[in-house]
Write a protein that binds this ligand. Sequence first.
Ligand code: HEC
Length: 265
Amino acid sequence: MTGARSIFIMLAVATLALPAGLTAGCRGERTAKRPRQFFPGMDDQPKYQPQEASTFFADGRAMREPVAGAVPFGARPDEHDEWLPVGRQRRDFLKADDRVYLGVNADGSYVETIPVRAVLGLAEGEPVPPGAVRALIERGQDRYTIFCIVCHGGTGDGKGMVGLQWSYNLPNFHDPQYQPGGEKGQDGYLFHVIRNGVANAPGAQPPLRMPSYAERVSERDAWAIVAYLRALQETDKGEIADVPAAQRRDLLNSRGATAPAGGTN
Ligand code: HEC
C-alpha cells in the first residue's frame, strides 16, 4: 500500500515538474521579449498611471483635483507632533492659518510675536493654561539641543562645535538685530529661518548657508524653538539680583566668585 502510494506521489511530482522546467527561463538571462504570463490575473487591466494624459477628461489630465471644499482627513498629520492630542492635530491637515504655518501676517510681513494660542491649539481668547508656555519653552529647549546647538552653541553665541568649522560665519543671537524690535527680531522671522534655512547669494553653491529644518522640525516645534531662543536671550541680560536669594549663594559658589561664609556644602 505504502509502496503504491509513494510511486503515485513521485509520478505526480514528475508530471508537475516537467512543464515547470520547460517553461522556466535560465536565471540571469536577459530578453527583450514580453514575459510569459501563465496566470495573468489582473496584470493587464486598463488603468491610468500617475500624471498620465487622458482623452476622457476635458482638461486632458487623468489625475483629478479634489472636489471643492473637500477636507483632508485620515492621514497622519506630522509624526513630530505625536505629543499633541489628536483633536488639535486636525488643524494641521488644513494649515489654513498663515500666521501659524508660515509666520506671516496677511500683508506678508513677519508676525511680531508667536501666535501662542493657535500654537497651543486654543481658541481665540481662551485662557492659556498655567504651565503651557513653560512646557512650550521646554519643548523648544529639547529641540534646540537636538537640531541647533551643534552650530549655534549652548548659549546661542554661534560657537557650537560644528558652527566653528562651518563654511559661513554664525550669528550671535544676543546681537540687537535679533532682539524683539530689532531688524531681524520678529518671532516670525526666526520661525521662517528654522523652516527655510538661510539662502546663499543667487546662483552660489551650496544654495543654503544654513540648512532648512522643515523636514525635522514641525511648525509647532519651530515656534517652541523661537520661544526658547527668547528665553536664551533673556538669560544674557540677567543680573545676579534677578536670581532668587535662596539660589543666589549656590550660583555664586559654582562660579567661585565669593567664598561662602559657612564653608562649602
Ligand atoms: C549646520 C549648521 C547650522 C545649524 C544646525 C543651524 N544653523 Fe542657524 N545658521 C547657520 C549659519 C551658517 C547661519 C548664518 C547664515 C548667514 O547669514 O550667512 C545661521 C543663521 C541663523 C539665524 C539668523 C538668520 C539671519 O538672517 O541672520 C537664525 C535665527 C538661526 N540660524 C536659527 C537656527 C535655529 C533655530 C536652528 C535649529 C533649528 C539652527 N539655526 C540650526 C547654521 C546653522
